[in-house]
Design a protein around this ligand. Structure first.
Ligand SMILES: *Cc1c(COP(=O)(O)O)cnc(C)c1O
Length: 358
């Protein structure tokens, strides 16, 4: 009766095609960091044989993929820290982002059996990782001269506000980046999912889709249908109790919600111990037998309670969908004041994963 995350690999492949069609001239680095946003890194890597490369955040994730037999180019988005990680990266043929002076210094003095492929990351305005714009040219020259760095050095940057089409920050970032591209004439990568779907000028030689592959809209306020994306993860469970309560009865911890009338309340076997957000408020939708019902009262560790007033035929054992097919995770994320990325990443070990192909 416990919760299940069904992973639809056909939807995943469909979403990769959406990324391709939105930017047909660009190659795709499918971003599968953080266990493929909670979907299972190896499972997703196996399913996306059409991707040109994979992106992970850390060297350790790249090593895991190599050990699982993944042979495609692998890009480590945070780069490496210290000589041990650099040796590991070189030995597993991981491509490295170079974003910080420490990383530049490490590569400049390294002696490796074979050079590593590198991406110089420039900070064009996000102010998280990246070499400051004024020092980018010098860094490019220094990296290019390092024997440890392969001679196909590339340039990248990351967009801070691409999820908001009205925000002028994206154009400003592109204006700062483009002169470097002209000056060095190397391959580039700029766009995340939002860049791919909303900012054609950000399409580089390589794009880096993440969230859109999993069927969530990268745009603020968006839903997957806006872009023809299909949900990949459907998180579901079952009703384990149906209670007949009286007007004024308080439901759950703290008694924060009271029945406005005599009514049926269902108990579903999922809670924050499974990754359902504890701060989802009363009114957050769930699907019971395919119909919308509202969460009521506080989310517990193992259970939630739901208003069954509109679902006359609901009974113990009926399926309850928390997000996915028929109920976009984006909508649940907005109700719970977070983003679908966090919902997906938060699904815990206790949830049983099952793969389907459409
Ligand atoms: C995570 C990440 C991405 C993917 O971003 P989405 O918004 O999920 O498409 C792309 N580039 C970098 C550097 C990232 O860290």
């Amino acid at each position: 009766m416990g919760p299940e995350a069904r992973i639809d690999l056909a939807a995943l492949r469909h979403n990769l095609r959406v990324a391709h069609h939105a930017a047909p001239a660009s190659r795709l680095i499918a971003v599968i960091k953080a266990n493929a946003y909670g979907h299972g890194m190896q499972r997703v890597a196996r399913a996306l044989e059409q991707a040109d490369a994979f992106g992970v955040a850390r060297v350790e994730e790249g090593v895991q993929l190599r050990e699982a037999g993944v042979g495609k180019p692998l890009l480590v988005l945070e780069g490496c820290f210290g000589p041990e990680e650099l040796a590991l990266a070189a030995c597993h043929d991981l491509q490295l982002v170079v974003a910080e002076p420490e990383q530049l210094a490490l590569l400049a003095k390294a002696r490796l059996q074979r050079p590593v492929h590198c991406w110089l990351k420039v900070d064009t305005g996000m102010h998280r990782l990246g070499i400051p714009l004024q020092r980018a040219a010098a860094a490019f020259v220094a990296l290019g001269a390092a024997p440890a760095v392969a001679d196909d050095l590339r340039l990248m940057t990351h967009l801070a506000c691409a999820d908001t089409p009205a925000d002028a920050a994206t154009e400003a970032q592109l204006r700062r980046f483009n002169p470097l591209v002209k000056a060095f004439g190397v391959e580039t990568s700029i766009a995340n999912s939002a860049g791919i779907l909303a900012w054609p000028d950000s399409h580089g030689d390589w794009n880096r889709p993440g969230i859109m592959l999993y069927g969530s809209s990268p745009m603020a306020g968006g839903v997957p249908d806006d872009h023809g994306l299909r949900p990949v993860m459907t998180l579901s469970t079952r009703l384990i109790a149906v209670r007949h309560l009286q007007q004024g009865d308080a439901v759950g911890y703290g008694g924060s919600w009271r029945c406005p009338e005599a009514m049926r309340v269902g108990v579903a076997a999922i809670g924050y111990g499974d990754g359902y957000p504890r701060h989802a408020p009363s009114g957050t939708p769930v699907l019971i037998n395919g119909q919308r019902a509202a969460l009521v009262g506080r989310v517990s560790m193992d259970m939630i309670t739901v208003d069954l007033r509109k679902i006359d035929d609901a009974e113990v054992g009926n399926p309850v969908v928390l997000w996915g097919e028929g109920l976009p995770a984006d909508e649940i994320a907005r109700a719970a004041a977070t983003i679908a990325y966090e919902l997906f990443c938060g699904v815990t070990q206790r949830v049983r994963f099952r793969e389907t192909n459409g």
